[in-house]
Design a protein around this ligand. Structure first.
Ligand SMILES: NC(=O)C1=CN([C@@H]2O[C@H](COP(=O)(O)OP(=O)(O)OC[C@H]3O[C@@H](n4cnc5c(N)ncnc54)[C@H](O)[C@@H]3O)[C@@H](O)[C@H]2O)C=CC1
Ligand SMILES: CC(=O)C(=O)O
Ligand SMILES: [Mg+2]
Length: 372
């Protein structure tokens, strides 16, 4: 198979779909890889590094999209990338379609085979291609939130951990999955007072076993959520209903009633966000104010630490890339129900139930779609 790796074009996005080590593995399986010039330059991989392991370099994204059987990326394709997709071409990347009608419409129109990292599943119920980036974003959310509390960012002027004789900040984490538990680990390390809400008792049990008395675990009822959000200095949003748009758990009214200078970090923004007042921001301009509450809503947080993130992501994606390349996408999907769950759009039809329901498209079972 001919696999193409374009350079990412989202604002301040320096991750790349494949590192040279992964390219080497694919070539050892008998495949060809073309890489857009400077695709890895932001994390220290030159064109020569890719050529040294057998890749060919192309000067433009047009060339990569025109030639490749499968495109391997990081972020969802932007409009100008979507316009380059071809019928039957395989696209393997993050998509986050549920809150994104224009992208979904374009992918349908392209008739490409679109497999999303974030809905690939595993036997233990986790999302193996989302988890590494959620680890990064969860850890970063506390760094980002700590900066938002600084006076220069219009925050309350509080140090997360306080100092002896002065109370620490109260950090409230909504969603205790991968983002939430990694955020908790960092917040505890910085000495904050930490509360985590989740609506899964099993998740709360796991957090209790992991962190003991260092966190307060809370069942996420409307009442509890309101009580803790209103008394928080920093709120981290890390909820997920796989494939679906994030529930708007924190209303605009609740934001209005938070303390002036408090901060919210909406990690779930890539699924539309869990604060009613959230709108996606970029690393160039990460924050804005609503009712004196600092909002940080960057949809590609791991892009800020692209070297760590690229390796973490590529470690997880490589086995699936090899499987698709070796078997062809149909056999790869049929042989692995977890990879099949990644199929979101197939040659003009929507094959993810949550995406179809959220956006009002007809849902076609992925197995039926690829047999058709
Ligand atoms: N902004 C960014 O750069 C990044 C964003 N993300 C996003 O972060 C979000 C969280 O991802 P993960 O932690 O990997 O998901 P996860 O599935 O590990 O955890 C989500 C948690 O939310 C909980 N939850 C669902 N509904 C809830 C509710 N009503 N109240 C309280 N808890 C609720 C679930 O029980 C689960 O424990 C996803 O939307 C993901 O796409 C992940 C990586 C980077
Ligand atoms: C998960 C995701 O959207 C990201 O890593 O940017
Ligand atoms: Mg994202």
């Amino acid at each position: 198979m001919l696999i193409g790796v374009p350079k990412e074009i989202k604002n301040h996005e320096y991750r790349v779909g494949m590192v040279p080590g992964s390219v080497r593995e694919l070539i050892s399986h008998g495949h060809q890889v073309i890489v857009e010039t400077n695709a890895g330059i932001g994390i220290g991989f030159s064109d020569e590094d890719y050529q040294a392991v057998g890749a060919e370099i192309r000067n433009t994204a047009e060339d990569v999209f025109a030639e490749a059987d499968m495109i391997v990326k990081v972020k969802e394709p932007l409009a100008e990338e979507r316009a380059k997709l071809r019928e039957d071409q395989i696209l393997f990347t993050y998509l986050h379609l549920a809150p994104d009608l224009p992208q979904t419409q374009d992918l349908i129109k392209s008739k490409a085979v679109c497999i999303a990292y974030e809905t690939v599943t595993s036997n233990n119920g986790s999302l193996p291609l989302l988890a590494p980036m959620s680890e990064v974003a969860g850890r970063m959310s506390i760094q980002a939130g700590a900066q938002c509390l600084e006076k220069s960012r219009h925050g309350r002027g509080m140090l997360l951990g306080g100092v002896p004789g002065v109370a620490p900040a109260k950090v409230v984490i909504i969603g205790g999955g991968v983002v939430g538990s990694n955020a908790a680990q960092m917040a505890i390390g910085m000495g904050a007072q930490v509360v985590i809400l989740d609506r899964s008792i099993d998740v709360l049990r796991r957090l209790d076993a992991q962190f003991g008395a260092q966190v307060q675990t809370v069942f996420s009822s409307k009442d509890a959520l309101e009580q803790h959000v209103l008394s928080a200095d920093l709120v981290i949003g890390g909820v997920l209903i796989p494939g679906a748009a994030a529930p708007k758990l924190v209303t605009a009214d609740m934001i209005k009633n938070m303390k002036p200078g408090s901060a919210v970090v909406d990690v779930a923004i890539d699924q539309g966000g869990c604060f009613e007042t959230s709108k996606a921001t970029t690393h160039a301009e990460p924050t804005y104010l609503v009712d004196e509450v600092v909002h940080y809503c960057v949809a590609n947080m791991p892009g800020a630490v692209p070297r760590t993130s690229t390796f973490a992501l590529n470690n997880a994606t490589l086995p699936f890339i090899i499987s698709i390349a070796n078997k062809g996408y149909k056999a790869a999907l049929i042989s692995d129900k977890h990879l099949m769950n990644g199929l979101n759009v197939h040659k003009g039809v929507v094959t993810n139930q949550s995406v179809a329901e959220n956006l009002g498209f007809e849902f076609v079972n992925p197995a039926d779609a690829i047999e058709a």
